[in-house]
Design a protein around this ligand. Sequence first.
Ligand code: HEC
Length: 87
Amino acid sequence: MKKVIFAILLTTLSMTGQAADIDEGKKKAVSCAGCHGVAGISANPAWPNLAGQKELYLAEQMKAFRSGARASALMGPMAKPLSDEDI
Ligand code: HEC
């Protein structure tokens, strides 16, 4: 019985941990939605869609914007304050 309770507790803990990360991510992405759309589909023909893109590719692009390796007047300042964990 103790084992079962422990397992339920662990599952609950790990679930709330995950929810917190997703909520954190959503909060950080609020400013991104203005250009890239709430669901990752941009409303402006000059701004790329992000929805459906590969996760690794997106993370590498964000790091390139942050370092300046990929120059963009719009994305550089957006990426600069982000940590690896944020990305
Ligand atoms: C002011 C508008 C604007 C905002 C706000 C913005 N972006 Fe962008 N984003 C762009 C534009 C424009 C590009 C294309 C940049 C280029 O290649 O010169 C881009 C490119 C990207 C790319 C690369 C896409 C690709 O296909 O290579 C990613 C990833 C990205 N943005 C993520 C984000 C994230 C995450 C945020 C919020 C932290 C954000 N953007 C906020 C305008 C914006």
